[in-house]
Design a protein around this ligand. Structure first.
Ligand SMILES: [Cu+2]
Length: 699
């Protein structure tokens, strides 16, 4: 436990200084106004609240957040960090960026990540690049999250939930330009720039979003430097053409790149190069005869070229596994398409029906001695490919005055090929026992849900969902099985989940309660340190597991100015095959935020309380991480202040981890020894006290 650490006076002084700085203009601008006056004549644009607990009290199944709004901790620099504020989410730390998001203890491809409707799969066999590593939150307008298997419209196999990062085009009635810029600076060399500009006219629109984010190695609460520096940059361009007022055709493209130091392994990420192009056609008819209500069709191409090595971002140090400068360079091409149509009948019956296609090819080249054999002299070898065809339908309708039912069905046909001729067994290469084999999986997913409005603003929801997921690249091709060098014969994982939700948005007290209980058949467990003769192997195997838990988020308006935000998240999971806890489950976590808001400024604090986790299964886990051992709890206090200077300018300041506590999340990778850095702790420690400031300018 680190909570007993004594209060650090200089940090507190600094934080209070910042707060008074942010709040001081109050004295000159709003001396004698009351809240009633504000309502009568709002002097300036109302300040949007800082996100302390991301939630949506309208619906317990789904939530939406604005990724451009500041949040605490420090505004997110990648797609995993932005999810951290949603109760039930954790991020597995590997360094400064590119952590893996986990919802309710479910990680990897159990969580669907879509960017503007597109799927993008990373290339790194060691999972340096989850899809969220290619998300630059500032370039998006909204993040929509659906909990559990309660949607089949956005891809196959997403048992934990589906996160959609979306850009929403602005409709221009006359020629116009609008946009915003954000600058963020913080301790540990953090500095971000974002420019988002839209130009449009009734017939067309164009948008360019540029992002850049950078940070040095941060220090933990004990002042120990952690290998975690990174730099990330992206450019998003979209061009929209309104063929008619109802039809819009969009051509879009993204290029992005980055580099990142890792604190948990012997290599760093030197390139995260993404190229993307997409074409989207949207038809949203104002009014059409008959039941047809709209259409969306899209095709896209995503290419990821990733390089990692043990010398560019760290001092090269020979090890037994890597005695020479070593480079690994995987790449992956993902091509997809989707056609979705909407239908609506007079009696409020709605049908969403469509089909999608996804293919991806993974290649790899690596050199164990970059001096003798440069990586660029090697050719890339394809080791795996995946093809998936799916059809889906969701039907919803009203039941009486207060009820609504939802249902969905999805059928997928998968074909996967193992193209590896050899596989690695320790230091040696061996013939692949499943070389050139192919597998076909026909999978069915579906859900039913009933929502009932109990009273104005109070919604009850009960859902039952079933999802089938084929093993992904990391499970099939990057692990062994218990009795073979290849895990290509793993069974698909099936999740059956009951969801229960209650949410209320009315009056001063708002809340959202989501409870779940599930059963996972053929859960794909990853187990490391499994003895195989003279060596230790990491294997993938199917087990039976189950879990239950939920999240409660609550917002209470004490007065016009004072607001309390609180959340609680809990999950308990069991590996029934081995009769032990299921590994990689987060501990009980609570958050308590208090904010004092005036129309143009606010000050607040966030207390995050995390319990110890004793339910562990050492060396077991998922493709991202395995349990290291039990962990202790911690309490972290952070403060923030925001000021809307005028219509266009907003400044937000924060100090995260005010007391400079040394702590690590339970879901974290184990620290690795890196030359030039202090010896690692058991886990990768989180940053110590972290001051930051963000300026936003809208135009
Ligand atoms: Cu990598």
């Amino acid at each position: 436990m680190n909570t007993s650490k004594t209060l650090n006076v200089s940090g507190l002084t600094l934080a209070l200084g910042l707060l008074s700085l942010a709040a001081s203009p109050l004295d000159t601008t709003q001396v004698s106004t009351t809240s009633a006056d504000y309502a009568a004549s709002p002097p300036i644009r109302e300040l949007e609240p800082l996100i302390l607990v991301a939630t949506d009290y309208r619906n317990p199944t789904q939530l939406e957040l604005n990724p451009k709004n500041p949040a605490q901790p420090i505004p997110a620099q990648d797609g995993a960090e932005i999810l951290r504020t949603i109760p039930g989410f954790n991020v597995i730390r590997k360094g400064g960026t590119d952590g893996d998001p986990v919802f309710r203890g479910m990680a990897g491809s159990r969580l669907g990540i879509l960017m503007d409707g597109e799927t993008l799969l990373g290339g790194c066999g060691n999972r340096m690049d989850p899809p969220t590593a290619y998300v630059f939150p500032g370039a998006y307008d909204r993040v929509v999250f659906v909990r559990g298997p309660q949607s089949v419209r956005y891809g196959a196999g997403h048992s934990a939930g589906t996160v959609r990062f979306e850009r929403t085009p602005t409709r221009f009635d006359a020629f116009g330009v609008e946009g915003m810029t954000q600058l963020t600076v913080g301790a540990f060399g953090r500095n971000d720039q974002l420019l988002d500009v839209e130009v449009g006219a009734p017939k067309w629109d164009a948008r360019l979003s540029l992002t850049r984010t950078e940070a040095d190695d941060y220090h933990d609460g004990d002042g120990r430097k952690i290998p975690s520096a990174y730099e990330r940059r992206s450019a998003h361009l979209s061009l929209g053409w309104h063929l008619t007022p109802d039809h819009r055709l969009e051509l879009s493209g993204v290029i992005s790149d980055g580099e990142a130091a890792y604190a948990d392994r012997a290599m760093d990420g030197v390139a995260f190069d993404r190229e993307n192009i997409g074409l989207k056609w949207t038809h949203l008819p104002e009014n059409t005869p008959g039941s047809y209500a709209g259409l969306e069709a899209q095709v896209y191409y995503n290419y990821v070229d990733h390089v990692m090595d043990n010398f560019s971002l760290r001092r090269f140090q020979p090890t037994m596994m890597m005695p020479n400068p070593t480079v690994s360079n995987p790449d992956r091409q993902t091509i997809g398409g989707r056609l979705a149509t909407d239908w609506e009948w007079d009696n409020d019956l709605q049908l969403h029906i469509g089909l999608d296609y996804l293919e991806n090819d993974h290649r790899i080249r690596r050199t164990m001695n970059a001096n003798a054999q440069p990586i660029n002299a090697l050719s890339r070898e394809k080791d795996a490919d995946f093809r998936q065809y799916g059809i889906f339908a969701e039907l919803e309708g009203a039941v009486g005055e207060a009820g609504r039912w939802f249902s969905g069905l999805r059928l997928d046909q998968h074909r996967t090929r193992d193209l590896r001729e050899t596989v690695r067994a320790g230091m040696a290469m061996q013939p692949n026992p499943t070389a050139l084999e192919r597998r076909h999986d026909a999978l069915t997913s579906g859900f039913v849900r009933y929502e009932h409005t109990l009273s104005e603003g109070l919604l009850l929801s009960v859902g039952l969902g079933h999802t089938a997921r084929i093993p992904d690249y990391w499970e099939l091709f990057n692990k062994e099985s218990a009795d073979s060098l290849s895990a290509f014969d793993l069974k698909p994982e099936k999740t059956t989940q009951l969801d229960l939700g209650l949410s209320r948005e009315a009056g001063p007290l708002n809340y959202s309660l989501s409870l779940f209980a599930n059963r996972l058949d053929d859960y794909i467990l990853i187990e490391s340190q499994v003895p195989k003769g003279m060596r230790m192997a990491t294997i993938a195997r199917n087990i039976e597991s189950s879990s239950y838990g939920g999240e409660l988020a609550l917002g209470y308006k004490l007065s016009t100015e004072w607001q309390v935000d609180a959340s609680l998240a809990y999950v308990r999971a069991r590996n029934r095959t081995d009769s032990r806890p299921l590994a990689q489950q987060p501990p009980l976590e609570g958050r308590l935020g208090l904010t004092y808001t005036r129309p143009s400024w606010s000050v607040g604090g966030l207390l995050r309380l995390v319990d110890a986790q004793k339910r562990v299964a050492v060396n077991q886990g998922n493709l991202v991480g395995q349990d290291i051992g039990p962990s202790s709890g911690f309490a972290i206090l952070s403060l923030n202040a925001a000021r809307q200077i005028n219509e266009r300018h907003r400044i937000t300041v924060g100090v995260d981890n005010l007391f400079d506590t040394t702590y690590a999340e339970h879901l974290s990778r184990a620290g690795a020894t890196v030359a030039g850095f202090p010896p690692p702790d058991t886990r990768v420690n989180e940053p110590g006290r972290h001051l930051w400031m963000q300026w936003q300018f809208d135009f």
